[in-house]
Design a protein around this ligand. Structure first.
Ligand code: ATP
Ligand code: MG
Length: 380
């Protein structure tokens, strides 16, 4: 047996194997060339397709080229090993006279490594495409949820709230009437108080669902409104820039949840909310000087925020050591989208009730053009 690096295979005019070198024997999984020499070439190593179906010699272009005495080059084919497994090869055949008759000399290359690399590349491509689809669909779900939320807020404003406002006006009118017995006057006064507080509760509810201040005034204004309602001093350092609506919503709910947590658990004397921007991300920080010990847990507000940010490819980091306050950092990519829809006035600042409701943890994906010249608010 002649050895050599390049697999070599000689076939005579009857398609019988006349010679195989070491490399060819090895790649095809045989023990020695004795097992091959003299046997029909196609029927020994080219008799089936990769799907297992038979590959008759009369269909084989190599066999035809051999019979015609023509060269042929095939970039990708499959030969069958001794154990029946397939090996991907490229093959180059040239006519050659063997024992006075035309035969063929074949050199081939084992493509296993490049086929594996190709398969891996394809697998990665598919995985990447799927990841892209999942990301896009998460963002769409978030956008749809937020649109739904805005509709609920609009309905609350146009329906229940307007109805209650009309009741207030009617009761005020009734009180102005002359001949009202004292007992009835008291009843009407009570009804007025109840209706007013129902309006306030409705406003608080709407604000928790999706604050109109956020849509109208942007993150700085909405966070300032939260700060004004907080039970402790909140320093707000947020530029008046506008960001995509999904980013503003996510950032707003981070602040709302963080401030609610501070009020509930932190025993802090002050909180600072600030943003820093990069070209690609909004970075938001909420730092309190309380007792620390915040631990995100399943179903809790912090975990919900983390999920919400993840839907936008953002991250939430909570650093909270005992005695060292709680430091929350949200990084949210700024992704472009269509302009925001017209908003309603449910959150008009007629009354600033306490307690934003941060239970709403979705966002939308609409973009707002950045306003010119960001100005920082700093108000304790
Ligand atoms: N600023 C903070 N200071 C001290 N402890 C905090 C602070 N924020 C959160 N924690 C602690 O971390 C826990 C988890 O907070 P998280 O907001 O995830 O859930 P929760 O507030 O308990 O529930 P939910 O937000 O659904 O009302 C809280 O129960 C609280 O013990
Ligand atoms: Mg909480």
């Amino acid at each position: 047996m002649i050895s050599g690096q390049i697999p070599l295979w000689l076939v005579d005019g009857d398609d019988r194997i006349a010679f195989v070198n070491d490399a060819a024997v090895r790649i095809l999984g045989f023990d020695s060339d004795d097992e091959l020499i003299g046997r029909p070439s196609h029927d020994s190593i080219h008799y089936k397709h990769p799907d297992g179906s038979p590959y008759p010699a009369e269909d084989c272009p190599i066999t035809h080229a051999t019979q015609r005495g023509e060269p042929i080059r095939i970039e990708r084919d499959w030969w069958v090993r001794k154990d029946g497994s397939l090996v991907p090869i490229s093959i180059h055949c040239v006519p050659l006279e063997i024992d006075g008759r035309m035969g063929t000399a074949m050199t081939f290359h084992d493509l296993t490594a490049s086929v594996q690399a190709e398969d891996e590349r394809r697998r990665l491509e598919v995985a990447r495409a799927r990841l892209g689809e999942v990301r896009a669909s998460r963002a769409r779900i978030v956008a749809a949820a937020d649109e739904q939320r805005r509709r609920v807020v609009r309905d609350l404003h146009d329906g229940a709230q307007q109805g209650l406002v009309r009741v207030v006006m009617a009761l005020q009118l009734a009180l102005r009437g002359g001949e009202i017995p004292g007992e009835v006057r008291t009843l009407i006064g009570d009804a007025l108080d109840t209706t007013r507080s129902a309006i306030d509760e409705l406003r608080d509810l709407a604000r928790g669902i999706h604050p109109a201040t956020l849509t109208h005034g942007g993150l700085a204004a909405a966070v300032q409104a939260l700060a004004n309602r907080a039970s402790l001093p909140v320093v707000v350092e947020i530029a008046d820039d506008r960001y995509p609506a999904s980013v503003e919503s996510a950032a707003y709910f981070v602040v709302a949840e963080a401030l609610t947590n501070v009020a509930k658990y932190a025993q802090a004397s002050t909180v600072r909310v600030m943003t820093t921007g990069t070209a690609s991300h909004l970075v938001l920080m909420v730092d309190d000087d309380g007792i620390g010990g915040a631990r995100p847990s399943d179903g809790g507000g912090l975990a919900g925020l983390s999920d919400r940010l993840a839907a936008l490819d953002g991250t939430l980091t909570v650093s909270s050591h005992s005695g060292d306050g709680t430091h929350i950092r949200a990084e949210i990519p700024l992704s472009p989208g269509p302009p925001p829809p017209a908003a309603t006035e449910v959150d008009a600042p007629r009354h600033e009730g306490r307690g934003a409701r941060p239970q709403d943890r979705a966002g939308d994906d609409r973009a707002i053009r950045p306003a010119a010249g960001g100005r920082r608010r700093r108000r304790p």
